[in-house]
Design a protein around this ligand. Structure first.
Ligand code: NAP
Ligand code: COA
Length: 259
């Protein structure tokens, strides 16, 4: 358990923070003292998430943002700093994905996922940089990827390419921005229960049981498993950790290689 003031005083901008893993991260950050700004496209979902979190006493706001549009991302981040006085944590969690064999994937289908995941992450990092540099805690960037971006992902070449691109971007920025006191890390979740990702990639394709068996621990993860990792990486507990890819996958990656 983290201490209740683990993230006290920090401001976090979380893309895709109104659903799934992103919302779990936002709630946990908020409960540990951070102020959170949720950024995604669907206004109704943003309103619902704000209402749930505000009801728990979390300092929260939302801004309708499409991460594929740099100006949109920049103005959302600038608005966050104007409203809350600083930006300390950026979580690049927004993503789009669908199962599609590559031979059937249209150029626009490819571009759409690359735009959301890879370009959206670059836009977030670029727009946040000057603010994170000024963070009194030291800036922290956390991007949610997957080890399937490293192994390759049959049926999701667009997402595999985007996520491995984010890994390369993150490692590059960890070195470029280290002396600006900005840490840049990634988290690679395994299959996480009760999420849109698992629903569309594994349940709709009839692969949920296979994915479960692929993990060393024999079960899907919980959204809180990923949020715990995101708290650690954003906090002072990880003050000497940068360029790291934290794998939180129940041993799926290792079993993939070893079994
Ligand atoms: P999710 O609930 O569908 O989360 C995706 C979020 O991204 C949504 O809130 C969505 O909100 C937002 N989004 C999509 N396109 C956007 C855009 N153009 N601009 C701004 N926001 C956009 O799915 P999830 O399963 O929790 O996934 C969260 C993250 O975890 C993703 O990065 C995913 O790749 C990663 N991940 C998930 C799993 C898993 O098992 N679920 C495993 C490994 C990695 P709007 O539609 O309202 O914009
Ligand atoms: N199979 C094949 N192609 C698909 C597809 C599918 N299941 N879903 C979308 N596409 C293609 C579309 O046909 C279109 O290409 P085209 O113009 O050549 O026909 C292209 O992808 C863009 O689709 P569109 O529906 O216009 O995109 P969008 O911007 O409205 O939505 C998505 C983006 C497709 C990624 C949508 O699924 C989304 O919003 N996802 C967010 C949530 C999510 O994916 N969560 C899981 C995270 S792991």
């Amino acid at each position: 358990m983290f201490k209740a003031d683990t993230l006290e005083g920090r401001v976090a901008f979380i893309t895709g923070g109104a659903s799934g893993i992103g919302m779990e991260i936002a709630e946990m950050y908020g409960r540990l003292g951070a102020t959170v700004m949720l950024a995604s496209r669907n206004q109704e979902r943003l309103d619902a998430a704000v209402s749930i979190m505000a009801g728990q006493g979390i300092k929260v706001a939302a801004t309708r943002t499409d991460v594929r549009d740099y100006d949109d991302v920049k103005s959302a981040i600038d608005k966050t700093v104007k409203q809350f006085g600083a930006l300390d944590i950026l979580v690049n969690n927004a993503a789009g994905n669908f199962h599609c064999p590559t031979a059937e994937l249209s150029p626009n289908g490819w571009r759409t996922v690359i735009d959301i995941d890879l370009n959206g992450t670059f836009y977030g990092c670029h727009a946040a940089y000057e603010h994170l540099k000024r963070s009194s805690f030291g800036g922290s960037i956390i991007s949610i990827i997957t080890m399937l971006g490293v192994s390759g992902w049959p049926g999701a070449a667009h997402a595999a390419a985007a996520k491995s691109g984010i890994l390369a971007l993150s490692r590059t920025l960890a070195v470029e921005w280290g002396e600006d006191n900005i840490r840049v890390n990634t988290i690679s979740p395994g299959p996480i229960g009760d999420t849109e990702g698992v629903r569309r990639m594994y349940q709709e394709t009839g692969r949920e049981e296979l994915e479960r068996k692929k993990t060393a621990l024999g079960h899907l993860g919980r959204k809180a498993d990923i949020a715990n990792a995101a708290v650690y990486l954003a906090s002072d507990l990880a003050s000497y950790v940068t360029g790291e890819n934290m794998v939180v996958d129940g041993g799926r990656w290792l079993k993939y290689v070893a079994a």
